[in-house]
Design a binder for this molecule. Structure first.
Ligand SMILES: Nc1ncnc2c1ncn2[C@@H]1O[C@H](COP(=O)(O)OP(=O)(O)OP(=O)(O)O)[C@@H](O)[C@H]1O
Ligand code: SF4
Ligand SMILES: [Mg+2]
Length: 330
């Protein structure tokens, strides 16, 4: 496997919600790549465009007002934004799987776990019912579900949150997808179950070699899961770096704020440094750099124009006027 090969490339994506009287720019000129076999973390406070960016990949944004206004999303070189619904259906579940924060939104309450797991296998892999059942049991074992054969006959409502999430992960992996999009897959779970599920996802990803986009607002989770991180704010990408580089040498003031506001293992109970202010709403987004009303380094320029991105030789990318000045180096 070539670690450097690009599987997915999002270029200048603009996903807007267009109403009669306004255009809400939820994703505003966003670019990032996912390499084969890597886990790319996407982090940022609520409302910064993490989910809408990733749901755009398969055109899964649920709104009649959504418009993919610009850019391209190349999956193995083909632009998904230009695909027909039929072409997208072939990708969904087979080449690209999605794990949602709340599995009840993705699991159909009217069908058993077995029916739902087998459907994807019958459609995409053309397996017989017997072979599909065996495969389901194998994957339920992989996600450490006790008595997997019995699980096939159960309905989602009869399962705990942790069990439902395991079923979702088994369903996401069973077709051996090239890309898994995990959107806050453990946020709804308690801390112990969360840790178990994260360990499980890491172990399974190592075996399957799938790429993964892991969305979370939790930097602790990012540090455990991701090889590289995209930091988003106000529908824009502010910084991209390898995970260890990001934690050691965060450049963007927003990333620095996120890192400083996170409790660490040697946290002594003192008050954490929180980023002052709130994420702006889409209909009241500030001009220029959207972070400027909260940024301690903001200058006049910051309120006027969004900074050009600076890309360093190691691939570290940052969009901040501070670094457009030649004297500020990495
Ligand atoms: N159907 C919609 N119509 C209008 N605006 C929407 C719609 N769905 C999302 N938005 C807005 O788009 C922006 C980006 O939303 P998104 O769901 O991508 O945020 P997020 O970063 O995933 O946040 P969270 O951490 O809360 O999941 C938010 O401001 C949100 O309010
Ligand atoms: S561009 Fe300006 S406001 Fe935005 S993060 Fe950089 S210094 Fe702060
Ligand atoms: Mg989200």
């Amino acid at each position: 496997m070539n670690e450097q090969e690009t599987l997915l490339s999002i270029k200048n994506l603009k996903t807007y919600f267009v109403n009669e009287d306004q255009v809400l720019k939820a994703v505003d000129d966003v670019s990032f790549d996912v390499k084969r076999g890597e886990t790319l973390g996407i982090v940022g406070e609520s409302g910064c465009g993490k989910s809408i960016s990733c749901m755009s990949i398969l055109k899964l944004v649920q709104s009649p007002n959504v418009r993919y206004e610009g850019g391209e999303i190349l999956f193995e070189g083909k632009n998904t934004l230009k695909m027909t619904e039929k072409e997208l259906r072939k990708l969904r579940g087979k080449e690209i799987s999605v794990i949602f924060q709340e599995p009840m939104t993705a699991l159909n309450p009217l069908y058993t776990v077995g029916d739902q797991m087998m459907e994807a296998l019958k459609i995409h892999k053309k397996l017989s019912t017997k072979n599909a059942r065996e495969k389901c049991v194998e994957y339920l074992e992989k996600v450490k579900i006790p008595m997997p054969k019995e699980m096939l006959n159960r309905y989602p409502f009869s399962l705990s949150g942790g069990m439902r999430q395991r079923v979702m992960i088994a369903m996401a992996l069973i077709t051996n997808p090239k890309l898994i999009i995990a959107d806050e897959p453990t946020t709804a779970l308690d801390v112990t179950i969360q840790a178990q599920i994260l360990d499980l996802m890491n172990a399974l990803k190592d075996v399957t070699g799938s790429s993964c986009i892991f969305i979370t607002h939790d930097l602790g989770v990012i540090s455990e899961m991701a090889d590289r991180v995209v930091v988003m704010y106000g529908g824009k990408v502010c910084e991209v770096a390898d995970t260890d580089v990001l934690f050691e040498h965060a450049m963007h003031p927003y990333t620095q704020g996120l890192i400083h506001s996170r409790p660490t293992s040697d946290y002594d109970g003192d008050r954490l440094q929180v980023i002052p202010g709130n994420v702006p709403s889409l209909n009241d987004k500030p001009a220029g750099c959207p972070f400027h009303p909260r940024c301690p380094y903001a200058s006049k320029q910051c309120g006027e124009a969004f900074p050009p991105e600076r890309v360093y030789p190691d691939g570290h990318r940052v969009s901040c006027w501070k670094y457009c000045n030649a004297s500020e180096v990495q």
